[in-house]
Design a protein around this ligand. Structure first.
Ligand code: TXA
Ligand code: MG
Length: 325
């Protein structure tokens, strides 16, 4: 059972940073989803992430840092367009995949020559990372704070529900309220001539093209079962609740239902969310899926929003939650 810390003060962030340094795990809020953090230079601490998540150990982890000045340590090369992306969108919901330095060991990169880096836009996360750097930490490895394949948590309570029983008494859970964005960061591969999106998120194709003046490849649409699986979140059947997720079909009575507010609830369905905008759809989606599981629903029907921008990320997660159906 991790220790739960609400109303985190500067002092509690210093305690949490020290816990990381001592090899413990710290669950912390970010603007995308909650992360399960460990000292990214400690093989032992990182091994516990895999244990607690129940995740295969060859899947790479994102290293979180507080500021661009800590980036150099982790990478050996950076293209001009990646610098533009970093300047435009960090802190923010974006992970850059770059050529790794010696510091990024195989236990972080899954044996690849690249490392994923992110500066999150959340005051608690930045406070924790800054406190960690202050005591000599280089970065915090953090996957989403859920069991492998499950829905990412967007609140501290959801993270505790996912992982609490696997944490021990020196691990911490920092409560920072609900994640503002609600979907995992956009992952952009910056190891080729042009940026490639490996996972769509709130930093959209149009935003990347505007910032870099380059055209973007959408790698996440490639059939990942045939490609080498580099992004575990790109597996089908990820982000899935226990209930069966069914997209764009007439719901059966007693099923859960998620759709934009303008769409009426079909007869005898249990409305789980009525977001008024696309941003709100992203923000409430995971908690609505969780609520469906709390209510022991067998199925959750979802009317997919249409459009581009953030909708692409929503549709990506919905498709995987539905197991590719
Ligand atoms: O929003 C987020 O990115 C959240 C918060 C906590 O920052 N983190 C997150 O981590 O979603 P995770 O581990 O659940 O998903 C990260 C994805 C994984 O699918 C992993 O395979 C991919 O990023 N990844 C990490 N490093 C990579 C690398 N070097 N090359 C390719 N993919 C990488
Ligand atoms: Mg994840």
């Amino acid at each position: 059972m991790g220790q739960f810390l609400s109303n985190c003060s500067v002092d509690s962030l210093a305690i949490a940073a020290q816990a990381l340094k001592d090899g413990s795990l710290v669950v912390f809020p970010t603007e995308t989803v909650y992360g399960l953090g460990a000292d990214a230079t400690s093989e032992k601490a990182v091994a516990r992430i895999y244990e607690v998540k129940g995740r295969p150990s060859d899947h790479p982890l994102i290293v979180h840092i507080a500021d661009l000045k800590y980036l150099d340590k982790w990478i050996s090369e950076i293209p001009e367009y990646a610098i533009l992306l970093a300047r435009n969108f960090w802190p923010g919901p974006m992970t850059l995949i770059l050529k790794r330095s010696q510091l990024a060991k195989n236990f972080i990169t899954g044996g690849q020559e690249t490392v994923g880096i992110r500066i999150p836009d959340n005051s608690l996360a930045l406070g924790l990372l800054e406190a960690f750097h202050k005591i000599g930490g280089a970065g915090v490895a953090a996957p989403s704070a859920n069991r492998f394949g499950q829905v990412s948590p967007t609140t501290a309570a959801a993270a505790q529900e996912e992982l609490g029983q696997y944490l021990n008494s020196s691990d911490l859970i920092l409560d920072g309220g609900s994640s503002e964005i609600g979907l995992e960061s956009s992952i952009i591969d910056c190891t080729s001539e042009l940026p490639r999106i490996l996972r769509p998120g709130a930093i959209t194709i149009a935003m990347i093209e505007r910032a870099t003046g380059l055209s973007v490849t959408e790698n996440h649409k490639v059939d990942q079962t045939k490609a080498q699986i580099r992004v575990s979140g790109s597996l089908e059947n990820h982000y899935a609740p226990k209930a069966r997720v069914i997209l764009n079909q007439q719901p059966s009575p007693g099923a859960g239902f998620i759709a934009l507010a303008e769409i009426n609830t079909p007869d005898d369905c249990i409305r789980l969310a009525s977001p008024k905008s696309i941003e709100e759809f992203a923000q409430v989606l995971y908690s609505a899926l969780r609520e469906g599981d709390h209510q022991n629903l067998a199925a959750i029907y979802i009317a997919q929003p249409t459009g581009d921008g953030l909708v692409i990320a929503i549709r990506d997660r919905l498709l995987r939650a539905a197991g590719g159906r």
